[in-house]
Design a protein around this ligand. Structure first.
Ligand SMILES: C[S@@+](CC[C@H](N)C(=O)[O-])C[C@H]1O[C@@H](n2cnc3c(N)ncnc32)[C@H](O)[C@@H]1O
Length: 259
């Protein structure tokens, strides 16, 4: 009981705490070096942070909802996945980005003013609400966010629309829907937060790379989720196609393309 009452206070304090910047490839002329020098970074609270977290609490109260059936295939293929064998339903809280990382997303959108952000893995729309809060500050831009889970998609689309009109939530996999949804536009910022295995992340990055604009940023979530994900991150962080790479809290990896 006391723990439940204290949860919002603990969460608010955690949201304000600085993140640790872990440089992998530091290019002095890169946007990342100029803006995330480290060793710590405290993202500002976006204007609608309190509303985002209120909507997140309402969403959590809906309880667990079934995972997309594609997970069964992924789990069957890789029994070593840490979640293998667990119940095939999750609540928003179990899959969402935390408020501190949400503040980073809003700050990135507000500061870089991207024309197009692509998010792979909408879930219940919590990270999406932060992206849109940032786009509202930037005064424009579009979030294209993909998720094949139709139940989660419906909740997410409603949530994100309460923050601003800048998002298109697409109820399909990024593999099926990226090209028609982009309709020729290029991607300035991309967040890959779907199935956390090296095989899925490498394949999704390969799909996305030809659509990235010069100087684009790519964010990968859960880079320490498993040895496999961490190996995938380390390889990409050292990859010559990117001029700079760093980690935030050992949780999210950022890659910057040459301008
Ligand atoms: C960790 S959750 C995303 C959390 C969300 N970004 C947030 O921070 O609130 C992963 C989501 O990826 C979705 N997903 C899995 N494979 C996908 C794919 N190929 N394309 C798009 N979404 C996918 C799942 O249905 C799930 O909702």
């Amino acid at each position: 009981m006391l723990r439940r009452l204290l949860r919002p206070l603990r969460r608010a304090a955690a949201a304000r705490a600085p993140l640790t910047v872990g440089w992998v490839k530091r290019d002095a002329g890169s946007w990342l070096a100029a803006n995330l020098a480290g060793p710590r970074f405290r993202p500002p609270a976006p204007p609608q942070a309190a509303l985002v977290e209120r909507i997140a609490a309402e969403t959590e109260a809906l309880g667990q909802k079934p995972l997309w059936e594609g997970y069964a295939t992924a789990y069957a293929r890789d029994a070593a996945m840490p979640w293998a064998g667990k119940a095939m339903a999750r609540s928003s809280e179990e899959v969402r980005s935390q408020p501190r990382m949400g503040r980073v997303f809003a700050w990135l959108a507000a500061t870089r003013k991207p024309g197009v952000i692509v998010e792979v893995g909408t879930a219940f729309g919590i990270s999406g609400m932060y992206w849109v809060d940032g786009l509202a500050q930037a005064g424009g831009g579009a979030l294209l966010t993909f998720d094949p889970n139709e139940t989660w998609h419906a909740i997410a689309a409603r949530n994100i629309a309460r923050i601003g009109p800048h998002a298109t939530a697409v109820p399909h996999t990024v593999e099926d829907a990226l090209t028609p949804t982009l309709a020729g536009r290029s991607i300035d910022l991309c967040f890959i937060d779907a199935i956390h295995t090296g095989a899925f992340v490498r394949a999704q990055l390969a799909l996305i790379m030809p659509h990235l604009s010069p100087g684009a940023l790519v964010l990968l979530d859960d880079i320490t989720f498993s040895d496999d994900m961490n190996a995938c991150w380390r390889t990409l962080a050292a990859d010559d196609r990117f001029r700079a790479s760093l980690t935030l809290d050992d949780r999210v990896g950022l890659l910057e393309l040459p301008a």
